[in-house]
Write a protein that binds this ligand. Structure first.
Ligand SMILES: CC(C)(COP(=O)(O)OP(=O)(O)OC[C@H]1O[C@@H](n2cnc3c(N)ncnc32)[C@H](O)[C@@H]1OP(=O)(O)O)[C@@H](O)C(=O)NCCC(=O)NCCS
Length: 137
């Protein structure tokens, strides 16, 4: 049975195989990941027994805005509603119930997020990438 939790007290090295599956989080170290988890307002994980099979997280001010990051489901478990359930549990989490607007960034998963009620029409994003500004520091 697949279960979901917002607890952070697991071995954060277990997130590495999920990160390796993504284009953006590949190569994250355990030390960075542990720091990231500690500073993340809400981390949602999905488990098949003791196996970590999915994650997603939110950064928020708890009132006006929240952003959702790193929604990843282990390949053998994709297409079984795990990703949707992770996002739903973030959107409807009691701690975030006052948040007015959730924002996220996706290159090619628009259809997935549209099925959860997200719209691409109202907001556009811009990005400042530190790795592209190495000379400026
Ligand atoms: C995107 C991702 C998180 C979806 O998780 P999932 O558990 O496979 O998705 P679900 O089973 O909950 O699918 C929910 C719906 O979205 C659709 N969907 C899932 N993946 C999709 C994709 N890649 N493109 C388009 N639609 C998709 C499903 O068909 C389903 O629609 P339905 O209910 O009408 O059948 C997962 O495929 C993944 O980890 N991908 C790699 C990492 C990634 O790109 N994450 C998104 C970062 S922005």
């Amino acid at each position: 049975m697949i279960t979901y939790t917002d607890r952070k007290d697991f071995d954060h090295a277990e997130l590495a195989p999920l990160f390796e599956q993504s284009s953006w989080a590949r190569g994250r170290t355990v030390a960075e990941t542990t720091h990231m988890v500690a500073q993340t307002d809400l981390l949602l994980t999905a488990w098949d027994d003791h196996r970590l099979i999915g994650c997603g997280r939110a950064l928020t001010d708890y009132v006006y805005r929240a952003s959702i990051w790193d929604v990843i489901v282990s390949a053998p478990y994709q297409g079984r509603d795990v990703g949707s359930e992770i996002v739903r549990r973030i959107l409807y989490h009691p701690a975030l119930r006052r948040v007015e607007l959730f924002w996220l960034c996706t290159r090619d998963k628009q259809a997935f997020y549209e099925s959860l009620g997200f719209s691409a029409k109202e907001q556009t994003g811009m990005v400042w990438d530190r790795t592209r500004h190495a000379d400026a520091s």
